[in-house]
Design a protein around this ligand. Structure first.
Ligand code: FAD
Length: 358
């Protein structure tokens, strides 16, 4: 492994799918690089997914560069991979390509120095000619502001830290959020708890036959149109809309897959609904998404008020030695998905290789 202070061409911060896909292309360039990841083992944010998590597309459509995930088939007949299928896949991927990942390394800063950048983790430092930030969003869960949230004495948990329904058995729970996390967590909680699903607008369910494959095909179409300066008409439905994976279909069949509009405010033992009705609530599960985890870039002065970095493609406009991969549409169409990140990882590495060429 590379020792700190040895001169590297590229430091990749992160060790999830975005970092691994980037590393896949870097190893073909001959550049000297290392991945620094805060986790204790492979898998990135998937290590923290809940126990029953289902992906929204079959294995080959949930794969990164070069090495597809082997097909899976579960007892219920479904071929959508689980959290553990992804963990096995990413661990094997790293091993297969012998990717130089150092763990656990919590990067706390990136600093501009003469002819390069300096990546730091406590007392350790890695000088590099280029840096790829691929830190995802899991470490930055987002919770919307609700009146009275401080007075509420019940349990509050973000989906980032939700593991299984058992701790909520027999309790009155609100699941807040209209995306796939909210749908899947409400679906399973409704079997053991008195679960109410709260969404700001009626949830957008995709047709039963639409899954990640279709969403990715649409994202690709949008990307091509954008490259060619064309306008296209597409059906509504984005990567955030709800895919009818088997547990969500089962909840629909049980008649529990409906949502109500948000409460007006919290009180100490629950919430008050817009019609003035007060209800005791034991726990609130926030399925309200994430923001990019970019604290390590703050001192570079490139992170704006929306927790984003101004980029052209994936390259920082203010700091030309910095690239960002995998955060969302703003770093490339579908780049925050397994199947989608390969495209931006490939173009990012091509740019880095060109920028560092003698
Ligand atoms: P991460 O997996 O978060 O990896 C980032 C890594 O960087 C982590 O290991 C983290 O510890 C590390 N890190 C962060 N900060 C630092 C630091 N300062 N120093 C060092 N290391 C750091 N996508 C699909 O394609 N299909 C799906 O079905 C699907 N389902 C999803 C379901 C849920 C509930 C969620 C939340 C996401 C889902 N996604 C899905 C989206 C996406 O694929 C994942 O969020 C994915 O984990 C993003 O990968 P990443 O590599 O960008 O980030």
């Amino acid at each position: 492994s590379t020792k700190p202070d040895e001169r590297l061409d590229v430091v990749v911060i992160g060790g999830g799918q975005a970092a691994l896909a980037t590393a896949y292309f870097l190893r073909r360039t001959g550049l000297r690089f290392v991945l620094l990841d805060a986790e204790d083992g492979p898998g990135g944010a998937w290590r923290h997914g809940w126990d029953s998590l289902r992906l929204f597309s079959p294995a080959v459509w949930s794969s990164i560069a070069g090495r597809p995930m082997p097909p899976v088939r579960h007892a219920d007949g479904s071929d959508y991979p689980t959290r553990d299928d992804v963990l096995t896949y990413l661990a094997d991927y790293e091993r297969h390509y012998a990717l130089p990942v150092q763990r656990p390394v919590w990067v706390d800063g990136v600093h501009a120095v003469a002819n390069g950048l300096r990546v730091t983790a406590g007392a350790r430092a890695w000088p590099a000619r280029a840096v790829v930030s691929a830190t995802g969003t899991w470490r930055h869960p987002f919770v919307p502001a609700y009146d009275g949230a401080q007075t509420y004495a019940g349990t509050q948990l973000h989906s980032a830290h939700y593991r299984s329904p058992q701790p909520f058995a027999g309790r009155r729970v609100l699941v807040v959020g209209g995306g796939n996390s909210g749908a899947q967590i409400h679906a399973e909680l409704s079997q053991v708890a008195d679960s109410t699903w709260v969404t700001p607008a009626p949830p957008a369910f995709l047709a039963d036959e639409v899954d990640g494959r279709v969403l990715f095909a649409r994202a690709t179409e949008r990307w091509k149109a954008q490259q060619e300066g064309r306008a296209i008409e597409q059906p509504v439905g984005g990567l955030g809309d709800i895919v009818m994976v088997p547990p969500v279909k089962a909840a629909r069949a049980r008649g529990v897959l409906h949502a109500v509009r948000p409460f007006a405010r919290f009180v100490e033992d629950g919430v008050v609904w817009p019609d003035g009705r007060r209800e005791r609530i034991d726990a609130v599960i926030w399925c309200t998404g994430f923001r990019p985890a970019l604290d390590h870039l703050r001192r570079l002065g490139v992170v704006d008020a929306d927790d984003r970095v101004a980029v052209a493609g994936t390259r920082s406009l203010a700091q030309p030695r910095l690239w960002l991969v995998g955060y969302g549409e703003w770093t490339g169409a579908a780049s925050a998905t397994l199947i989608g990140v390969t495209r931006t990882a490939r173009s990012t590495v091509a740019e880095i290789a060109a920028a560092l060429a003698p």
